[in-house]
Design a binder for this molecule. Structure first.
Ligand SMILES: [Zn+2]
Length: 60
């Protein structure tokens, strides 16, 4: 019931932070680079937060 797991890699972890996933589109010859932030908050472990682009969600 209180078990928490990362919503990105599904690993059990106590160190979870609410984040917005960010998709990064690299710059290419015909398009500028861009980032798109999703609206859904996910809980991510430290490993995912260190490997994937994201934006920390506001926590209250
Ligand atoms: Zn993870």
């Amino acid at each position: 019931m209180s078990e928490r797991a990362c919503e990105n890699c599904a690993r059990d972890d106590d160190d979870l932070v609410a984040v917005y996933r960010v998709y990064v589109t690299p710059e290419s010859w015909d398009t500028p680079g861009s980032t798109q932030r999703l609206d859904d908050v996910e809980l991510w472990c430290f490993s995912c937060r260190s490997q994937y682009p994201h934006e920390e969600a506001e926590t209250s």
